[in-house]
Design a protein around this ligand. Structure first.
Ligand code: HEC
Length: 107
């Protein structure tokens, strides 16, 4: 369900889920986001509130500025994330759960 949802939302126009990070000219590739999430929350540079891959992915969707993936192209001129900040308003709690569950399968 999350897979179809991801494809039908603007997510898919920015993110490639078929290739791993590092990579992604416009946006970070999400092909290995479950593993990346585990790695990122251990980094000294990570100051968000996630404690596992699922909460990191959820935080990335609801509050893209909580942690910025390094990359010039991933930042707007004001230094904030290029990712839209309003998915928390657009998505229902169920849709958010489905998206997180789907992205957790991408290792
Ligand atoms: C306009 C382009 C754009 C759209 C649309 C977009 N994103 Fe992003 N996303 C980004 C950029 C750029 C980043 C990297 C900057 C950052 O860390 O916020 C990012 C980061 C992420 C991350 C963290 C990646 C990592 O390696 O840590 C996740 C997860 C994510 N997006 C999921 C989504 C989902 C799910 C959707 C749809 C609901 C979505 N994105 C829609 C541009 C976009």
């Amino acid at each position: 369900m999350g897979k179809q949802l991801f494809a039908s939302l603007p997510c898919a126009s920015c993110h490639d889920v078929t290739n791993p990070f590092p990579g992604g000219v416009i946006c970070p590739n999400l092909g290995n986001i479950a593993a990346e999430a585990e790695r990122i929350i251990q980094l000294p540079a990570y100051h968000g509130s996630a404690t596992d891959a699922a909460s990191y992915i959820r935080e990335s969707i609801l509050n893209p500025n909580a942690y910025l993936v390094p990359g010039e192209a991933y930042r707007a001129a004001d230094g904030s994330s290029v990712m839209p900040k309003n998915f928390g308003k657009l998505l229902s709690p169920k849709q958010l759960d489905d998206l997180v569950a789907y992205l957790l399968t991408l290792k």
